[in-house]
Ligand binder design. Structure first.
Ligand code: PHE
Ligand code: CO
Length: 287
């Protein structure tokens, strides 16, 4: 599993990248020459293992765009990906030393720049890493930036994040990122598929999240409900919110959230394994 931005489940530990290389907006050059043979090998093995798991489980949009990352047998250069990405959706990826604070994070997204951690996990961390590395950020997030609607949603999320900070809605909004961008599922004619980066870059959760009979639930995404729902940062998710389309995310986040944040201040948060009386589980599971 992988954990996302600073704000979102920030740990007590100091982040592990070298921040002395970063500019004021926290971006840095991708020092491609600094990767070792072992780094490239870790990337190659992660890519190989993960891409083999995805047929029939990952969303079609993700699978179709995965080859746009280019080279699979070593860590790619961001410039090469950017040539394709900018042409596709006018997004670009920028290198960062690791997790970055909310304001630069949201500002980059609002400017259609996606921060990608430039270091890779050690071989010992092959199956599990507690903070995002280049494999999670590139493999998990970048393919869907090639999808025009999803790409617009991420930009809007960045704008919404800057606004939520002023309105005291940051914790709430972070839950939406978590349950969509990181751990989202999408309903298709062929069945439920994965689009969340935290699942797609995880060796175990790809299969787990679509397996019936676990203690985890699938429920239809309702934005207000999602904003109230706590999440797990150190285990598989107990709830997966299912969308019908990326357009649903884009349209659902178009309204002004100011009254929503106000309303939520008077409502309880919900534990990660909540099922409300009105809700139906899409993947019936014995609990
Ligand atoms: N539309 C929301 C607002 O006005 C912001 C938002 C955008 C929230 C995208 C989530 C995703 O505050
Ligand atoms: Co992520």
């Amino acid at each position: 599993m992988a954990i996302e931005p600073v704000v979102y489940g920030a740990s007590e530990r100091a982040p592990r990248g070298d921040y002395s290389r970063a500019a004021a907006n926290y971006t840095c050059p991708q020092n491609h020459a600094a990767y070792t043979a072992a780094d490239h090998d870790t990337y190659r093995r992660l890519y190989e293992r993960q891409s083999a798991l995805l047929p029939g489980l990952a969303s079609e949009a993700f699978i179709a765009a995965l080859p746009s990352l280019g080279i699979k047998d070593h860590i790619p250069r961001f410039e090469e990906i950017n040539e394709r990405l900018y042409r596709a959706t006018r997004w670009e990826i920028v290198a960062v030393p690791g997790l970055i604070p909310e304001v630069p994070f949201f500002t980059l997204l609002a400017n259609r720049q996606f921060p990608v951690t430039d270091w890779i996990r050690t071989p010992e961390e092959f199956d599990y890493i507690v903070e995002p590395d280049i494999f999670h950020d590139l493999f998990g997030h970048v393919p869907l930036l090639f999808n025009p609607v999803f790409a617009d949603y991420i930009q809007r999320y960045g704008q919404g994040g800057l606004k939520a900070m002023k309105l005291g809605g940051l914790d709430e909004l972070a839950r939406l990122y978590w349950y969509t961008v990181e751990f989202g599922l999408i309903n298709t004619a062929e069945g439920v598929r994965i689009y969340g980066a935290g699942i797609l870059s995880s060796g175990g959760e790809v299969e787990y999240c679509l397996t019936p009979g676990t203690k985890s639930r699938h429920i239809r995404l309702d934005i207000e409900r999602c904003l109230r729902t706590l999440y797990k940062i150190d285990s598989y998710q107990e709830t997966y919110f299912v969308i019908d389309s990326f357009q649903q995310l884009f349209d659902g986040t178009a309204p002004d959230f100011t009254p929503l944040y106000e309303k939520l201040k008077h409502m309880d948060v919900l534990p990660a394994n909540t099922l409300l009386p009105s809700e139906v589980e899409l993947l019936p599971a014995p609990h």
